[in-house]
Design a protein around this ligand. Structure first.
Ligand code: PLP
Length: 384
């Protein structure tokens, strides 16, 4: 086996920083750490479809324990973890109550409808990422004996809520939705792709967040730097069902201990450092808020995501993003003319300061040559 460490150290060849650009599009660009690659190369392995990969079993138990649940199941992705959860909670023709800005609804290819015959009931997310309790109550209050009605079977919340500024849901809100779900006999699923960021931001344990939900999915491959994987946790019965759904979707993996070994490092060594990413997000937001032509939206970050708009007639959102990319800072548009910048382990303080300086220069000097908006782009993007 070759020695992987030199390829993938934070500033080594192949890393986002080594290529000279500041990668702020997503924390999914993080690379596995040398400790992960070392652990993957030494992990005891077996066939996990037979339930015989000891490293996978260890990771699943660890994740379940951290989140206060009975069982866990390693999934290839957050998308599959969310989908298997909805399939486990909801029968065909049942209703999944989701936020209209949730990843499940916006970015997961309608999987629950396609694979499970499930109806999405997409309720408005508020600016803080919550769904109004009255709206959830109304969506749950149906006459189950009426054959016209798709009966609600699961509520899905997301924390932190990505498209609402990466804001974590408060524990008292989760408690209220949990009570409401129980009262109506529906399940509560939590898309906790970045749940450890939420825990750090709220100063609580992951289990305190997980307490109110029946199933939770956490991603290993975002700010925690593992290359692949999510874990779905819940009670034994739901997880056994989700495991069957995973196999049906083609997600049963064999020697997946190689992935799980990285996941164990992610959960044991990479969660505390997320506070650093949050500090860097605050630093970036402070720098941006001093620039004319920048407006933070919704406001200062709470986790590792900074959302902002460009209010400068010389740029459209798209032309600003393209100009920044040409100068070595990568950000992306995340709906309705907002730009998202995500901090992570490969963006240190120096890189943040470099990004601020480049944004400042773009706004001070205006577009040059190719940086002018294309003729068909209006300078102020229409709302979507
Ligand atoms: C909130 C949220 N949930 C789920 C996912 C899906 O995860 P994956 O990309 O592993 O399928 C993402 C991906 O970015 C996400 O941001």
């Amino acid at each position: 086996m070759h020695d992987p460490a030199p390829i993938l150290t934070a500033n080594g060849p192949g890393s986002p920083e080594s290529s000279g650009h500041v990668e702020l599009r997503s924390d999914t660009f993080t690379l596995p750490t040398p400790a992960m690659l070392e652990a993957a190369s030494r992990a005891p392995l077996g066939d996990d479809v037979y339930g015989e990969d000891p490293t996978v079993t260890r990771l699943e138990a660890l994740a379940a324990d951290l989140l206060g649940k009975e069982a866990g199941c390693l999934m290839p992705s957050g998308t599959m973890a969310n989908l298997t959860a909805l399939l486990a909670h909801c029968p065909r023709g049942g209703k999944a109550i989701v936020g209209h800005e949730s990843d499940i609804y916006v970015y997961e290819a309608g999987g629950a409808s396609l694979c499970g015959g499930i109806v999405y009931d997409a309720l408005p997310n508020q600016r803080d990422g919550t769904i109004d309790l009255a709206d959830i109550e109304e969506a749950c209050t149906v006459d189950r004996s009426d054959p016209q009605i798709a009966p609600p079977a699961v509520i899905s919340l997301e924390t932190p809520q990505n498209r609402c500024g990466g804001l974590p849901l408060q524990l008292d809100y989760l408690a209220e939705v949990g009570q409401l779900a129980r009262r109506h006999g529906v399940g509560l699923h939590l898309d906790g792709a970045r749940l450890f960021n939420a825990a750090v931001a709220l100063g609580v344990t992951p289990a305190e967040i997980g307490h109110y939900a029946d199933t939770i999915q956490v991603c290993l491959s975002k700010g925690l730097s593992a290359p692949i994987g999510s874990v779905l946790v819940g009670d034994r019965k739901l997880i056994a069902h989700a495991r069957r759904m995973r196999k049906m979707l083609g997600g049963g993996m064999r020697q997946s201990g190689m992935i799980a070994a990285c996941g164990i490092i992610a959960l044991t060594e990479m969660t505390d450092r997320l506070a650093e990413d949050h500090e860097n997000a605050t630093r970036l937001a402070r720098g941006l808020s001093r620039l004319p032509g920048v407006r933070l939206d919704p406001g200062p970050p709470v986790t590792n995501m900074v959302f902002f708009r460009i209010r400068d007639d010389r740029y459209t959102t798209r032309s600003f993003i393209a100009a920044a990319a040409r100068r070595g800072v990568r950000v992306e548009e995340l709906g309705r003319g907002r730009i998202r910048a995500v901090t992570h382990a490969y963006v240190g303080r120096e890189a943040i300061d470099r990004a601020i300086a480049i944004f400042a220069d773009l706004l001070a000097s205006g577009p040059r040559g190719a940086e002018f908006p294309a003729r068909h782009e209006s300078a102020t993007m229409p709302p979507r």
